[in-house]
Write a protein that binds this ligand. Structure first.
Ligand code: NDP
Length: 294
């Protein structure tokens, strides 16, 4: 029989995680503040622990998926003496520093720790292609890899720094929110001429597939950026700064908020003022890393 596992936190994600362990044949103990969220899992064979203490005691491997690190700390701090010999795999989203501090705290109390970041929605948990990042001891990751792969077959080990999974996670999310906000801004602009999202969709699809996706995933550009080489024969910072100004003016003419775009224009303007107008737009990374102090 596979080893027993515990899942603490049965939100949308925690339920999916516990379900995947049950499907993988692991005796699974669960705990949640609102116990009723365990009902469906209990019907499938999970054991509902009466307390977090009981849940931790039930298994060597304890997976935590709560809304925030603060919530996790509130739940686990009183139980620091129960952590000895336990392996905590924390899939809660937070900052890299949250992860590093938690790892230190767990190890100070005799437990072992892996930090993870789930790059998926609950409906994707358990699929072979589902990506989950992990950081911590390589030996520990490898020991639990087959079990963790039940949650997402693409379990990517990123090294010993506990903060790195969340850096990858938050970097990918930053890309998502930038594109997502951009899409909402575009739709607000379109609606000023009564153009629907459905009418726009074929052109948006073409644009994303043939321009944006290649732009963001070009290996040559990635290497050039790594090397600090910002030359371009495609479109330079001057041209892109003008493009931003046109979007801002057109939006203002229509009464649409441009607050999100202004900092981007400020960064582009800073690099143009420093004499980099003929370089690629990627130059703004320098201004993001080191903004001018106002
Ligand atoms: P939910 O809002 O569905 O669930 C939140 C969980 O945290 C519940 O178990 C909830 O308990 C618990 N909780 C919140 N506040 C407290 C508290 N004060 N005391 C005790 N328990 C508390 O969130 P998700 O399951 O979607 O997300 C959980 C984590 O997974 C987050 O860190 C999220 O960023 C991450 N994640 C989620 C993804 C998703 O698509 N959903 C994708 C990738 C990562 P209760 O049921 O009692 O309210």
């Amino acid at each position: 029989i596979p080893a027993s596992v515990t899942v603490i936190g049965l939100g949308n994600m925690g339920v999916a995680l516990a379900d995947a362990f049950l499907k993988g044949g692991h005796p699974t103990t669960v705990w949640n503040r609102s116990a009723d969220k365990a009902n469906g899992l209990v019907e499938k064979g999970a054991v509902l622990a009466g307390s977090v203490r009981e849940a931790i005691a039930a298994s060597n491997l304890v997976v935590v998926c709560l809304s925030t690190y603060k919530v996790m700390q509130e739940q686990l701090a009183p139980l620091e003496n129960e952590l000895s010999g336990r392996v905590i795999v924390n899939l809660t989203t937070g900052t890299p520093e949250d992860a590093r501090k938690t790892a230190k705290w767990v190890s100070e109390h005799g437990g072992q720790y892996l930090d993870g970041a789930i790059m998926a929605i609950p409906q994707m948990i358990g699929l072979p292609e589902t990506l989950i990042f992990y950081g911590g001891s390589k030996a520990l990751f490898e020991a639990y890899e087959p079990t963790l792969k039940l949650l997402g077959g693409n379990a990517a080990y990123l090294g010993e720094d506990y903060g790195v999974p969340l850096i990858y996670d938050l970097s990918l999310l930053t890309m998502m929110y930038g594109a997502w906000y951009g899409s909402m801004h575009a739709h607000a602009l379109l609606s000023t001429a009564n153009i629907t999202g459905t009418e726009f969709l074929p052109y948006a699809t073409n644009w994303v597939n043939h321009l944006i996706a290649p732009l963001l995933t070009d290996p040559v550009a990635a290497r050039a950026r790594d090397e600090g080489n910002f030359t371009t024969d495609v479109s330079n910072l001057n041209t892109n700064k003008l493009g931003l100004e046109h979007i801002i003016h057109a939006s203002q003419e229509q009464g649409i908020t441009v607050e999100w775009l202004m900092p981007l224009l400020t960064l582009a303007t800073q690099k143009v003022a420093e004499g980099y107008g003929a370089d690629s737009f990627d130059r703004v990374i320098e201004a993001i890393r080191k903004p001018l102090v106002k």
